[in-house]
Structures are given as structure tokens and as C-alpha cells.
Design a protein around this ligand. Sequence first.
Ligand code: CTP
Length: 397
Amino acid sequence: MLAGKHILLIIGGGIAAFKSLDLIRRLRERGATVTPVLTRAGEEFVTPLSVSALAGQKLYRDLFDLGDEAEMGHIQLSRIADLVVIAPATADLMAKMAGGLANDLASTLLLATDTPVMIVPAMNVRMWEHAATQRNLATLRGDGIIVVGPNEGDMACGEFGPGRMSEPLEIVAAIETQLNDGPLSGRRILVTSGPTHEPIDPVRYIANRSSGAQGTAIASALAALGADVVFITGPADVPPPSGVHVVRVQTALQMQEAVNAALPVDAGVFTAAVADWRVTTASDRKLKKSKDGLPLLEFAENPDILKSVSQMTEGRPKLVVGFAAETNDVIENATAKRLRKGCDWIVANDVSPATGIMGGSENAVTLISDEGAEDWPRMAKDQVAKQLAARISDALK
Ligand code: CTP
């Protein structure tokens, strides 16, 4: 339900704008107030009259409308809502947002707003996949913008692929998740995820098989409970979740720096598979084969990020959760690891190849705390994430 919630809906200029009419209806059915803004290009696809009639509200269209400005200035308009939703978010609108432009009502509102912003992209598949759009998308995610979709399928232009706008009910579900006052609202939680890449030279690096799936699922589950999540990720296989603040890093040293910058937090969940060593002799030129034999790499130990946060004497998070990826003597090794690192909980799992856990969709974990070891049945990583998020929420009460 969205009773009492106020949504500022910006309708961009794309064929998918017709779905936004249904979106307005669905939102109002659930008790939300929808204030619509229609861009110039949006007017080519849906009429101002139908938008404002369905919303039952005044429609805003022009930055320099004297009547509108006298009634409610554009700055004020940008602040009235609990959430700003842009559907469809065109490539042009995304580019304007990423570049910080403010040359029409929609882009000015977006630059002036201090409320969370959700974009629902819709465009031709080539436009979506274009390097410029993907660059803008990464920037927007990094700015904490929530991204819903796009879906894959047949497109109005006759092509097939990702770029179709999410369906109204999917958008409603994302809005409900975002606006729910969950048990973790007001809590700031840090999640590290993915592998780290430690360069050997400009083209080679040391890495590991972590896909980032479990960390991503945990960040998503925490956000769904209302937490303000800082998601610090190495180069993972899976895309980051929506609704979190994403910080991308490559190396362990960069991850440590990003973690320090994100503190203080209420809880830290360290799922990243951080490389234990980095190459101190990393070359800024590609290493060549040579008659003189094999290259000699020298290593240094990376800082233990989990340990340093666990052992902070001032401003330590109330709850620090580590992960232990083991291939043998899982409980014994993980129990010792918890004490060595000083974290509150360790989530231990067996990553030996036969389990199919590393890179797979399921996980079988044991939660180790000062109360002992608790085995959880094997389940989907999403389910492990939800269960862990619920436990974290209890522990932070
Ligand atoms: N970790 C970390 N920084 C590191 C290494 C590990 O923050 N430099 C964190 C991981 O995110 C994980 C936990 O420590 O939560 C355990 O990681 P793991 O690689 O299993 O432990 P190691 O300390 O590397 O122990 P070992 O090599 O003995 O298995």
C-alpha cells in the first residue's frame, strides 16, 4: 500500500509513455498522490489532458510558466514528494541527469531535488547498449539513483533486446519497496562484495572466482528492509542492486579506502573475496616474454579490511559480519577466523568445487557467533540474503 505517499512522476518522451498512464492509475489505486510532470517530448506520446485527468492533479510542463511558478516554484515542486519517479527515462533524460544539466523543468527538478530518485529506462536496444548510456547509467547508480529495469523483449521499433520499460506493476512493486518504512529504515549499512583485481601489468591481474552474487543479494535484502546501503564492489559478474549507493573499486587497497570513507555505519557486512596479496612489482608496461626466463613477481599482503573494522577502538559498527570461504574443516576454520578477526558473526560456507557454491545460485551456510555454530539448510542465495538481513535487523534493534 502507498497510502499517504506522494510521488512526483516525470514522463519522458518515449513510446513507453503510454504505460505511465496505467502506472498513475495503479499508484492512485494504492492510495498514493501522483503529481505529474510531462516533458516536451513526452507530450508527443501522451496528451497533457489524459495525464492530468488520470492523476487528478495539476500537470506541470514548463520551467518558465509564470502561473505555475507563482503557485509552486520549481524548487518547491522538487521537494514535495517522497519519491521522484521518471518513467519512461529516455537516453536523453539519463544523459542530462548524469551531466547535471538543468535546461527544462524535468532536469531542473532532478538537479534541485533532495528526495530519492528512481528511473525506469526505456529506449531502443542499441541506445541502451551504447557506451554513452552505460556510462551514464553507472554514474547515476553511483549517485544513488534507483534503477528499475529495463526488461528484455520485442520493442516497438521492431528490434529485440533489453530496453523495454518495466511493466506498471513491476514499477509499483519497486516503489513500494523503496517507500516501505522497514525495520532497518534510518540504519546505514556497509556491504563489500565481489572479487578484487590486483594488477600484474596493465593487461594482467590476479583475481578469484567470486561472482558477487551473494553480496549483491544481501545488499538488496537490506535495502528492501529500508536500510541505507553503501555497496562497495569489486569487478563482479552480476550487476549491482538498485536502491543502494554503489562504489566501484578494483583493488583491495581501493576497497579499504572506500570502506574507510563510508564509515561510520551501524553494521558492516564483508562478503567481498578480497585478494590476500598484491603484486608490489606491478609494471606499468605489459610484461614481455624474455630469454632471461620467467618474470619474478613480488607480493605484499593486502590490508585485512574486515579485521581493521572489527578491531576499531572508536566508532566501531555495532555489528560486523564476515564471511569465510573454506574448502575443508569449514566450521573449525571459520570459528578460528571469527576470533582472529574480531568480528561478531562469521557466515561460513564450503566453496570446494563439488558444492557448486562459488559462482552458483545456491548457498549452504553456517552462522557462527558467540552463541556457537548454526547450520542453515542449502537454499537460494537470495533466501540466505533475506534470512541474514532479518537477523541483522533483529541484532540492530
Ligand atoms: N577480508 C577482508 N580483507 C582482506 C581479506 C579478507 O576484509 N584482505 C574479509 C572477507 O571479506 C571475508 C573475511 O575477511 O569477510 C574472510 O575472508 P577469507 O579470505 O576467507 O579469510 P582470510 O583472512 O583470507 O583467511 P585465510 O586466507 O586464512 O582463509
